[in-house]
Ligand binder design. Structure first.
Ligand code: HEC
Ligand code: HEC
Length: 393
């Protein structure tokens, strides 16, 4: 599928792929199905939940290659924001673990939003979105940033008008959704979900180890893995393999950075006092790429993030709050060496081999990632360079 257009005076080809992304197979109906070794494991008959050979939970797939690729153009296109300044990729950058290396992201107004941008790797396996689990599908989630005045600041009427006025998008959407005459919000959020569901990261060195190639991890990394999943550290109770999240909300009592008010998190979503200060257990996949850490970027590096768990149950909870901390949050008394081993183990969870190609141009003709934003990021990057994996000194 090839659509040639003049964009800003240049002839540009917009091609919607007809092949599925790597790791997906095209089925008879023309849709892409995920194929992964973990799907061959059976957690019940196999080695039990939490072991290295645990099956994957349900996931989203079944999108056509063209739909996934249309989603890729939308994801990188600043046309989706109020003033053409931000795309989804501004805060979810492929080369930054689909995050932005900020403690809290910056929206159209130039102000910081209240939380940090999570990675998008493996979102196909999630059934709760946002730190406070307030959305249950990727489609519902996408409405958040698009129309939040602090994020992309757009509104449905304006978005639909801009996108329907664009000849390239009209042609591309027509190819993917031939039945309809106008581009709809449902189609936009569905295509975005198709693209995001293709971001699979399950081929790290850890995964090769899990599938039986035991030589790929060093002795220290294996030692770190063993501390991580021990009943002393208890990390794997919540950060359960193979996704390194159990898809649950937990109250663990992380601190807010100085000057930030207490964040009630999932208490508000579920209207439940016992979830006050509760957040979604984040995946630890590609974790070395996404500093700073926690819901509002309270920790600069992995050492500090891991050390948090051994500083005493509730040590960072403000005096006036009485939170119902999860029972796996306790006093494991990890040594500095054990913390360091865990940090080294977390480094084995990096896999960006299926990173999608960043489009060189998008249908709106707007710059793919805002220049000024890029510059600010480069500065933050320099600051973070040596602190992404701290040494605790
Ligand atoms: C201004 C920066 C910014 C932009 C632009 C942005 N996001 Fe986000 N994204 C965030 C932040 C911050 C969060 C977490 C917010 C929260 O939990 O309250 C988030 C959360 C998410 C999540 C939830 C992930 C999870 O594990 O729960 C998904 C999915 C997502 N964004 C996709 C998108 C898509 C798709 C777009 C474009 C339509 C987009 N984002 C645009 C900053 C941004
Ligand atoms: C009771 C469940 C639970 C246990 C046990 C647990 N975690 Fe977490 N973890 C969470 C939650 C919830 C968050 C997010 C908290 C927040 O943002 O305030 C988190 C966040 C993290 C983060 C930051 C992730 C990011 O993307 O910002 C790291 C790193 C981490 N945990 C590592 C560990 C390690 C290592 C252990 C064991 C020592 C551990 N966790 C034990 C629930 C848990």
């Amino acid at each position: 599928m090839n659509v040639s257009f003049q964009v800003m005076g240049k002839k540009t080809d917009f091609i919607l792929k007809s092949d599925c992304p790597p790791s997906f197979e095209k089925s008879a109906d023309g849709t892409c199905r995920l194929v992964n070794l973990y799907q061959f494991y059976n957690s019940v008959q196999g080695r039990g939940v939490g072991g290295t050979q645990t099956a994957l939970p349900k996931h989203r797939d079944g999108f056509t290659p063209a739909e996934i690729d249309l989603g890729r153009y939308l994801f990188f296109d600043p046309l989706l924001s109020k003033d053409g300044s931000l795309s989804c990729a501004s805060c979810h950058q492929p080369d930054k673990g689909f995050s932005d290396q900020r403690d809290r992201s910056i929206g159209v107004s130039g102000e910081k939003v209240s939380r940090s941008a999570p990675t998008l790797w493996n979102v196909a396996f999630l059934d709760k979105f946002f730190w406070d689990a307030r959305a249950t599908t990727l489609e519902e989630q996408a409405i958040g940033p698009l129309f939040d005045p602090k994020e992309m600041g757009n509104n449905p009427a304006n978005l639909l008008q801009d996108i329907n006025a664009n000849r390239v998008y009209r042609a591309l959407f027509k190819r993917v959704y031939p039945q309809s005459t106008n581009i709809s919000l449902v189609q936009i959020t569905r295509a975005l979900s198709a693209f995001q569901s293709s971001l699979i990261s399950l081929n790290s060195r850890y995964d090769r180890y899990a599938h039986g190639a035991h030589h790929v991890l060093s002795d220290r990394e294996i030692a770190g893995m063993n501390v991580f999943r021990s009943f002393v550290a208890r990390c794997a109770e919540c950060h359960q393999p193979p996704l390194f999240t159990n898809n649950q909300v937990a109250v663990i009592g992380t601190p807010e950075p100085e000057g930030m008010p207490f964040d009630a998190g999932a208490e508000i979503t579920f209207n439940a006092k016992k979830l006050r200060g509760g957040f979604k257990v984040p995946t630890l996949r590609n974790i070395t790429k996404t500093a700073p850490y926690m819901h509002s970027g309270g920790f600069d590096n992995l050492f500090d993030s891991v050390e948090f768990y051994t500083k005493g149950r509730g040590h960072a909870v403000p005096e006036e709050e009485s939170l119902q901390l999860h029972w796996h949050i306790w006093e494991p008394n990890l040594t500095k060496e054990e913390i360091q081993l865990i940090v080294e183990f977390l480094g084995t969870l990096t896999d960006e081999s299926l990173s999608p190609a960043i489009p060189t141009s998008v249908p709106s003709g707007l710059p793919v990632v805002d220049q000024q934003y890029q510059q600010q990021l480069t500065m933050t990057e320099q600051n973070n360079k040596n602190s992404a994996i701290g040494n605790g000194e």
